[in-house]
Design a binder for this molecule. Structure first.
Ligand SMILES: O=C[C@H](O)[C@H](O)[C@H](O)COP(=O)(O)O
Length: 223
């Protein structure tokens, strides 16, 4: 199967997972990226069964609206039942690297407000140890050089992602060369650098359910 076919299977599995719980007052947290886009397109077929969605990026908000799904401001919502999103790397322990599409900060906020985080991914995203995919860090523009120097002290090689401005008007530094053996600790250390908004490790609030699409079907990994 192609990677896109596997992404489609993971997206369908997430729709199947949440469909039974859809009701008039349900608002769904929706992630960003190509896998999340497939989820949105499949979810749209059920749009009459739930109230609306909270988007983790401007791109996702636009796609949801194009399907006629109402998009709510997160400040209008106390708690979301479920958040569905893709990832750039996943482990069987349900830790993730995200932010390849530079939506990490809003994704982390929506995940924090959700009771259940369902991660959908194709098999190419599965790793034993995070770090093969360069770790995205969202940074306040004026702190870019300072943050880069601090990242070097942590053993990483920072690369400024040229030409990218996040939805929050910040910049992205991709950190190469890290073998991430303790993702919870590294997530906190990076976030403690002044000028960092957040980083793409989802380890302290990781996924609750991973739906990993493989050639042998969609595998479930649960907390
Ligand atoms: O910022 C982007 C997000 O974290 C995405 O969920 C991640 O990059 C995976 O994207 P895709 O589903 O396109 O591989």
């Amino acid at each position: 199967m192609t990677q896109d076919e596997l992404k489609q299977q993971a997206a369908q599995a997430a729709v199947d997972e949440i469909e039974k719980d859809l009701q008039d007052d349900v608002i769904i947290g929706v992630g960003t990226g190509s896998t999340a886009n497939m989820f949105i397109d499949l979810l749209a077929k059920h749009k009459h069964k739930f109230q609306g969605a909270v988007a983790s990026s401007e791109a996702t908000e636009l796609r949801l609206k194009e399907h006629g799904i109402e998009v709510f401001d997160l400040n209008e919502v106390t708690m979301l039942d479920v958040y569905v999103d893709g990832a750039d790397e996943v482990t069987q322990e349900l830790n993730l690297t995200k932010g390849g599409g530079f939506a990490l900060t809003r994704e982390k906020i929506v995940a924090a407000v959700s009771k259940k985080f369902i991660c959908i991914a194709d098999a190419s995203k599965a790793v034993e140890t995070l770090g093969g995919f360069a770790l995205p860090v969202e940074v306040i523009p004026m702190a870019r050089s300072y943050v880069s120097r601090q990242i070097v002290k942590l053993g990483g090689s920072p690369v400024y992602r040229e030409g990218v401005v996040t939805d929050n008007a910040n910049v992205i530094i991709d950190v190469h060369g890290l073998k991430i053996t303790d993702p919870k600790d590294l997530e906190i250390k990076l976030n403690n650098i002044v000028g960092v908004v957040t980083n793409g490790l989802f380890a302290n609030r990781n996924a609750d359910l991973l739906l990993l699409a493989t050639d042998d079907g969609v595998k479930r990994f649960e907390a």
